[in-house]
Design a binder for this molecule. Sequence first.
Ligand code: MSP
Length: 525
Amino acid sequence: MEKYYLTTAIDYVNGAPHIGHAYEKILTDIIARHYSQRTEVFFLTGTDEHGIKIQKTAKEQGMTPKELCDMNAKKFQDAWKALDVDYNKFIRTTNEYHEKTVQKIFKKLVEKGDIYKHAYEGLYCSGCECFLNEKDLTEDGLCPDHLKKPELVREENYFFKLTKYKDAIIKHIKENPDFIVPAFRANEVINQLEDIQDISVSRAKTNVEWGIDVLDDPDQVIYVWIDALSNYITAICYDTENPSEQYKKLWPADVHVIGKDILKFHSIYWPAFLLALDLPLPKHIFAHGWITIDESKMSKSLGNVISPTSVLENFELEYPDAFRYYMATSAPCGRDGNYSDDDFKEKVNAHLANSMGNLLNRTLSMLVKYFDGEVKPEFIEKCHSELVSESLLKKALGAVKIVENHFNHFEIQEAAQEIISVVDMTNKFVTDNAPWTLAKEEKWTECGQVLVTVLEIMCIVSALIYPYCPNIAREMAKQLSFDITTKLDDLICNNIKVGKLIEKENIKPVFLRVDSELADKSQKK
Ligand code: MSP
């Protein structure tokens, strides 16, 4: 694997970021950080800034669309910074290079005969920014996702010949069972493809002004999805005539991480546009589930929309690690997850403070108490040759492969469970071998050997937990004198060196329990 190029959906900027947007960016950042332990990574995110929704919101707020976009794009960037979402590029679809390239892409598709003009009448949902079929609506005639009545629109639009690519896409999905992740969503897509029609790819300016102009037809703007989806190639400097070196290096993307609600656009429309442009298809489309709040759908009308940074503030968290860990482990691959303050507190206290943090803390404390923080040669030799711990160390190294395999399948929660199971196993090892009893009995070598075994495993754990909790992992590694930038392939089980490992005053809890009083306070807010 020479590179790993991954992207998130680009968020609409008609509002501020919420915990659902954050879920996706955190998942993607975790995948990016994991792959950075294996290869060179390029991580793209950004904002989707055109369309009727943004035009209307700007008008309501007495702003120009561009002013609204600038204000809200910054809120997304600030939120990702606070959550340590460490992307390589943030694309905004109002960026000039993007706009110009989208116009060229559109023109190329017209020249190819894949886009034609056609008078049309249809039901438009501004929430989805697309036309809906009658049969997709609820019994009351509402959009099933946005629970709003779509608007009847009569326009002359440009249409893209999606039907031309139907068979090729069905074939691609069937021949590449891991193209759509999780696999259970592939059937949904195949069903949608069965009765697919050509799609409108422009809107009349009389109805939608805020978009990219169609070249040579100033009465039309390019419909948001062809604009939005193209970000994945314009961001890496694709050009219809002269693709850049960066594009050639990075495309096709290894994965587009998106929510299940926009899978159709990514697994049908986007592949069709790419096939029409004679470009290769992305390797995977990973559709994650949705986050609910206290088991309810998040919505402005219910007043339960949570901003991601408010969680950090309410719990007075210095680092976003606990929130990242909680979100990333809230659901198995592709399923819906839930956020609740109580559950957050309980889970991060149990996993990060009690099991993982405490294990490191008490092991280092015993090393200081019994051996003045010093690792003696016989602890290491025995630890790596004879003995009790060998199978445990083997299991910990085995977990690296298991975690990698989970990441290959975008099983982020499942990978975290594997890491925590190594921690649990190690806690049990400490209980079973009771180093405090060994010390009392003055069995110093055995005692030191147990402690070093645990510390070796904690080096591996710090590397594995790093994508989820980068700050905690760095602090763990610091106390272990372990290089946190070690690639997963280079992980070994003799990182702990002979000599003074740590002074008493340098032992610090890597994660402080989330206070229950704070949690109660945040619930009352
Ligand atoms: N702009 C389009 C995407 C274009 S990608 C070329 C869009 N924007 S969005 O702001 O509505 O959603 C952005 C992402 O956030 C989507 O992947 C969507 O699924 C995700 N989520 C929005 N609400 C969510 C939850 N409540 N839970 C999890 N993810 C959610 O769609």
